[in-house]
Write a protein that binds this ligand. Structure first.
Ligand code: TYM
Length: 328
């Protein structure tokens, strides 16, 4: 069985973008692959975190993974910091990455372009840690949204470099992005990605938003003055984004939805999308709350860490031998 791995940072509130671009894929792939899904908490601390909030976000994330339909019987679900080999391999791969390639990563470049100061060294080197997350498990595929594809491609370069230098050691992973929904856009500025860290909460739907608040956000999403419900990403990015969201949540194709709204206005269309989001969040949050109050989170993380550690430890032993770090 081929291996599949992915992770999400427990920072801020998870968004509809994270669900559509990432978690939804994890759920459909869990029957086909040997899956490793983790909470990327070592990545979260590349920017300052309030420890209390980080703890709450971590619990919410694992509960959301389960509420979205990940089955701990099929998937190894774990916390990154529980498997110390991530940090260990991350360091080794930092020593196999070049400053030039790391400085070309979009996330870092964006921060520099915005004139942000206090960028940590961890934020700069984090793609090397991410490469370690993936190849520690010899993952064949990595389901991610478009924004993370660049990091998986860098991981492939690092694998090639490492394997050339030290002999065949790691599997080269393939990024996997969904055909529809790989980049959900901000509702108030549909030329920008919907993001957890967005300052304008009106543009972002958090998975734990009050469903009636989310409904309002969809109804007040920025559209255009063309007035025809059709998929035209250039001229109608707001409508294209709503069509994508509705298609992903309802399972209908974009073409079918466009047909249903032929001759109808944006008001009708937004009403239906908003109701779909409302129903989705209501159902998800009911499951989430039930999971949070049960003991399943603790048990899932404990068992997940044990399973992941077995694989990771075995791999690290081989890596250390190749590098001359393992003397006996
Ligand atoms: P993170 O936490 O920023 O995002 C988690 C996943 O959600 C996807 N995503 C989106 N997809 C569609 N539309 C959006 N608006 C949107 N926003 C986010 C992301 O593409 C991602 O798949 N570095 C990673 C976490 C990570 C990881 C890994 C992932 C650490 N190690 C190893 C895969 C494999 C991150 O910061 O994702």
């Amino acid at each position: 069985m081929k291996r599949c791995l992915s992770g999400i940072k427990p920072t801020g509130m998870l968004t509809l973008g994270n669900y559509i671009g990432a978690i939804r894929q994890f759920v459909t792939l869990q029957d086909e692959y040997e899956m490793f899904i983790f909470i990327a908490n070592l990545h979260a601390i590349t920017v300052a975190q309030d420890p209390k909030e980080l703890k709450t976000n971590t619990k919410n994330l694992i509960a959301l993974y389960l509420a979205c339909g990940l089955d701990p019987e099929k998937v190894t679900l774990f916390l990154q910091s529980d498997v110390k080999e991530h940090a260990e391999l991350g360091w080794i791969l930092t020593c196999h990455s070049y400053m030039g390639e790391l400085s070309r990563m979009t996330q870092y470049k964006d921060k520099i372009a915005k004139g942000e100061t206090n960028i940590t060294a961890g934020l700069f080197t984090y793609p090397a840690l991410m490469a370690g997350d993936i190849i520690l498990y010899d993952a064949d595929v990595v389901p991610v949204g478009i924004d993370q594809k660049q990091h998986v491609e860098l991981c492939r370069d690092i694998v090639e470099r490492f394997n050339n230098a030290h002999g065949d050691t790691f599997t080269s992973p393939q990024p996997m992005t969904p055909k529809v929904g790989a980049k959900i856009m901000d509702l108030q500025d549909p030329t920008k990605k919907m993001s957890k860290s967005e300052d304008n909460p009106k543009g972002t739907i958090a998975l734990l938003d009050e469903p009636s608040v989310a409904r309002k956000k969809i109804k007040s999403a920025i559209t255009d003055s063309i007035g025809i419900v059709q998929y035209d990403i250039e001229n109608q990015p707001g409508i294209a984004n709503l069509l994508t969201i509705h298609s992903c949540l309802s399972g209908q194709s974009i073409e079918d939805i466009v047909q249903q709204f032929e001759g109808k206005g944006y008001g009708d269309f937004k009403g239906v999308v908003a109701q779909g989001v409302f129903d989705f969040l209501t159902d998800l949050q009911a499951k989430h709350n039930e999971i949070l109050t049960s003991k399943i989170i603790e048990k899932t993380l404990e068992e997940g860490a044990a399973k992941a550690t077995l694989v990771a430890r075995n791999k690290m032993y081989k890596v250390k031998k190749k590098l001359g770090l393992q003397v006996f």
